[in-house]
Write a protein that binds this ligand. Structure first.
Ligand code: AMP
Ligand code: GLY
Length: 360
């Protein structure tokens, strides 16, 4: 089977490895050369992943049969919609369904409208009126930019925002930039993520993982796209039980059903839930419309059944609950990042990796 992997990071390398195990013929569209991914690919298009016309043309010219979209930016650009016009099915939602990730207010409102549990107390502002009063009421709160910020658009009171003035200023900045801001209750608890596959009706879970997003040791400093992550051999995490997993899966199933109704089309792809286990139960921090970086690396290398079979079931609407079998092993992923990562990365500094030395 000819599979197109869109994206050129560690996440996409990991997806390609899973496909290669199945003997898929891999094509890749990436902006910069990822040597590991290039090695696995039969052919590579070096182009921006958001250059929809170029990527679709490439996919057609290679007679690709399925596309797996790694990052969120091409989803927002409508790549999946355009591939569909060329009769190329994608593991990845349409532009409309991808609002689950690309619009923070969309997801909060969806949960409210369809009475899905898991929302923290929140409000969406499109103008500064009432912001200060709302923030003051909370004490501890979180300000989230409405749009995509690579995991860096969220600021927490007591950590990144010292005073009410700081909160108001940042919220106004978000409104100026993205047209809206979400202000919500700051939840206390351990975070975990679940990466479900979704065919529009059924969701299939995978081992849980915990991502560490803060830039510095001891979970401090600015939020980054991710610094590292781990998963446990029993597919839960040390602070969770089966009921917590069940709650998170139930929320994901309800979101899958709600979004089909809301958008009038099935959500096909990865539905990522970032959750937090609070003293009052499981709450949803965010949804993403793709595999997570780095948590995909805690999950896909454990897959013992066929990745192609899973991805085909997603696009064909033939997913079954519990589909996909994952090895009972613990995993750890740790990032090597440029100096300044999370605030202002130093660019152009070579990183040398001794691939043989780190082979398991
Ligand atoms: P997000 O981009 O929504 O995943 O947020 C990035 C990080 O900010 C999360 O992984 C959490 O650590 C933190 N965060 C986001 N929303 C909340 C919340 N309501 N309460 C506490 N922490 C949050
Ligand atoms: N690790 C969370 C994300 O990919 O957004």
């Amino acid at each position: 089977m000819k599979a197109l992997v869109v994206g050129g990071g560690a996440r996409e390398h990991c997806i390609a490895e899973a496909l290669a195990k199945d003997g898929a013929e891999i094509f890749c569209a990436m902006k910069n050369r990822n040597p590991g991914l290039a090695r696995l690919s039969k052919d590579v298009l070096y182009a921006s992943e958001t250059d929809v016309a170029k990527v679709v043309e490439y996919a057609k010219s290679k007679s690709v049969e399925i596309a797996i979209i790694g990052p969120e930016a091409p989803l927002e650009e409508g790549l999946v919609d355009e591939l569909a016009k060329a009769e190329i099915p994608s593991v990845g939602p349409t532009k409309s369904c991808a609002r689950l990730e690309t619009s923070k207010s969309f997801t909060r409102s969806l949960l409210d409208k369809y009475h899905i549990p898991g929302n923290p107390r929140h409000s969406v502002f499109r103008a500064p009126d009432g912001l200060r009063e709302f923030i003051r009421e909370f004490g501890e709160y979180v300000v989230k930019d409405e749009g995509l910020c690579g995991g860096k658009g969220v600021r927490l009171s007591g950590e990144h925002l010292a005073t009410v003035d700081d909160g108001v200023r940042y919220a106004e900045e978000c409104i100026g930039k993205s047209g809206a801001v979400v202000v919500e209750e700051k939840l206390i608890g351990e975070e975990f993520s679940i990466q479900c596959l979704c065919d529009g009706r059924t969701v299939a879970g995978s081992p849980l993982a915990q991502d560490h997003k803060r830039a510095y040791e001891g979970d401090t400093g600015p939020n980054t796209g991710g610094m590292g992550s781990y998963s446990d051999a029993n597919h839960l995490l040390p602070f969770l039980d089966n009921d917590d997993y069940g709650e998170a899966l139930d929320i994901t199933q309800k979101v899958c059903d709600a979004i089909r109704q809301e958008c009038g089309e099935p959500y096909k792809g990865v539905m990522y839930g970032g959750f937090i286990a609070t003293a009052e139960g499981v709450r949803l921090i965010e949804n993403n419309a793709r595999y997570a970086d780095p948590e995909v690396m805690n999950v896909l290398p454990l897959l013992e059944s066929s990745a192609l079979e899973l991805f085909s079931a997603v696009v064909d609407g033939k997913l079954r609950e519990g589909m996909g079998s994952y090895a009972r092993k613990a995993t750890v992923c740790k990032y090597v990042v440029p100096r300044g990562y999370g605030t202002k990365s130093e660019a152009g500094v070579p990183i040398t990796v001794d691939e043989t030395a780190i082979q398991a």
